[in-house]
Ligand binder design. Structure first.
Ligand code: LLP
Length: 410
């Protein structure tokens, strides 16, 4: 699984040119994933709404837009970024959770389609806009799915969505204010491989949809699992896409109208495009184990520490597999910020081609929820970002300086 170049450019050259820690994205990989996704659905009207929380770099958003992928945002700031990237308000869906109504008003003022996930917000929407504006509602189908409990969002105890058991309350508000519900939405969770989970969720939404007469859209969320670990193929997108297309076609027939199916992937589109490049700072040969320290930590890629997630790690400076060693790969933050986890969410050691201090240590599958979840913890700078496109690497986010850290401090 190790790779040493992206579009013909050596990872070590990228590290030399732009410094580390560095997120590098391969534009071709994103285009490939978009086209795979499109090809997996057939005979239906499909719209892809990129869940941009996965990666909001403006260059990535512009790429999505150029590929006719629309966008799902969760904050006023993501919405502004989408507009800056050239999206029209009408191409943006605002799917926040638990926000003040002023954020909904802001999104409406920008022409975005809003997706409401609370009865009190739906009531305020009805009071303010009456019959003049359509909206989606996010329902919680009481389904379990997702790679770990932190990223499961449709089970009974999840904070997201309006429970399917509150249909009567929703309909009361719809009738009282004449609210035009143009779409129903659900998102089960992230890292879902099992096709049945997607279909169960879809069927729950279709069943719920019967009582809503103005529907134009069914939005079945994202969550398509990508292959993080070497022996994990990820979701079988072809199978899932075909099953979702069939179920949706059947639903449209019964509903008596041709609706549009929206899907909202984040990881599926951008995760595999990203490589995180760091540098080996210390090789610590402790009597118990060998630690490989790198110039990054949970401040830059928190997924392993937050979820026990697996990222493939390799030595980009040494292609010689004859001499390998086991390392526990750790960060430089004053926390136990281990990068190497096994498939079951436990810290472990990884077999890497022998590492010398100064080598470039790469992590695969870092395009989604990498940079966007990064922080300034320990007052270290955020990584820079580079996009490789057409065989050329270009900086798309500059490295920070002390000025950035003190900018808003008095
Ligand atoms: N739609 C909604 C409403 C969502 O909340 C999410 C993700 C997505 C779509 C896209 O899910 P995806 O296709 O990327 O799985 N930070 C976690 C993932 C959190 C996902 C949050 N919501 C991680 O790094 O695994």
């Amino acid at each position: 699984m190790a790779y040493y170049s992206i579009q013909g450019i050596q990872l070590t050259d990228l590290a030399k040119q732009f410094g580390t820690p560095l997120y590098v994205y391969n534009a071709d990989k994103i285009r490939e994933k978009i086209s795979v996704l499109k090809s997996c659905f057939s005979n239906i009207d499909l719209k892809i709404k990129y869940a941009c929380k996965a990666n909001t770099n403006l260059s990535i958003l512009r790429l999505m837009r150029a590929e006719e992928v629309e966008i799902d945002v969760v904050s006023p700031q993501e919405l502004e970024l989408a507009l800056l990237a050239g999206y029209n308000g009408s191409q943006v869906t605002f799917t926040p959770s638990g926000v003040d109504f002023s954020e909904i008003e802001f999104a409406v003022s920008k022409g975005a389609i809003v997706n409401l996930d609370n009865l009190s917000v739906l009531e305020k929407f009805g009071q303010k806009y009456g019959t003049s504006k359509g909206c989606l509602i996010r329902i919680k189908p009481h389904i379990f799915g997702g790679g770990n409990e932190k990223i499961m969002t449709a089970h009974p105890e999840s904070k997201f969505g309006i429970s399917i058991h509150q249909k009567a309350e929703i309909l009361d508000l719809v009738n009282k204010y004449g609210i035009k519900i143009i779409g129903l939405h659900q998102h089960t969770g992230s890292d879902i491989k099992d096709g049945k989970t997607f279909i169960d969720a879809a069927e729950a939404v279709f069943e719920f949809a019967k009582d809503f007469k103005d529907l134009e859209i069914i939005d079945l969320g994202g969550g398509f699992k990508v292959p993080y670990a070497p022996n994990d193929p990820g979701v079988n997108m072809e199978e899932v896409g075909a099953a979702m297309s069939n179920a949706f076609q059947e639903f449209c027939q019964k509903y008596g109208k041709k609706l549009t199916l929206w899907v909202e992937p984040g990881k599926f589109l951008v995760s595999e495009s990203g490589t995180f490049l760091t540098q080996a700072t210390v090789v610590k040969r402790d009597p118990v184990k060998t630690f490989l320290g790198i110039n990054s930590g949970l401040n830059h890629l928190i997924r392993p520490m937050m979820y026990g997630s697996y990222h493939y790690i390799f030595n980009a400076s040494n292609t010689d597999e004859a001499k390998q060693e086991e390392y526990r790969v750790v960060g430089n933050i004053c926390e136990t910020d281990t990068f190497s986890f096994d498939f079951k969410g436990k810290q472990n050691e990884r077999l890497l081609n022998e590492v010398k201090e100064g080598d470039i240590i790469a992590m695969a599958n870092a395009g989604a929820y990498g940079f966007t979840m990064a922080s300034h913890y320990n007052s270290r700078f955020l990584p820079a970002e580079v996009l490789v496109d057409g065989g050329e690497a270009r900086i798309i986010r500059m490295r920070e300086t002390m000025e950035d850290l003190v900018r808003n401090q008095i």
